[in-house]
Design a protein around this ligand. Sequence first.
Ligand code: HEC
Length: 137
Amino acid sequence: MGIKKATMMAVAMAALVLTGMQPARADEFTQKDLELWQGQYEAAVKKGRQVFTDPGLGTNGVVCAQCHPNAANTHPETYPKFQKQLGKVATMAEMINFCIMNPLEGKPLALDDPRMIAIQAYITEERRGVPLAPGKH
Ligand code: HEC
């Protein structure tokens, strides 16, 4: 190992020690935290179910649930995967925006839009227990 590299590693390790950082260790949490977080998650799922029938998401009155009743045929467990419509390996959020822009003729949602997060929570909750199968068609 060169002196430069050794020096850089020493600096990096010193920074870890100084900032008290631990590699990949879970934070501690209480039962109360768990209940709070579960409640927040369930609220997101509920909001997602509402967004699925919200004509305000698009401009033509069409809603997600018309083509995906109970989030049918959304296959969250298969993402990321190659999507022909997008011509690349895509995330589910990109396909959600594809459907907002096309069948709903709406504006795409930002990734951190609470509605985008809620849609993903609802779709994924509906498929709880289905094994992950990224890339699958
Ligand atoms: C007019 C019918 C229609 C509407 C309305 C619609 N979609 Fe789709 N959706 C489709 C079709 C068709 C596909 C393409 C399936 C494919 O080729 O993977 C699709 C694909 C998807 C996929 C990827 C499915 C997969 O198997 O990979 C997701 C996720 C999705 N839609 C979510 C939504 C959401 C969220 C909404 C509401 C914003 C919505 N869709 C509205 C018809 C629709």
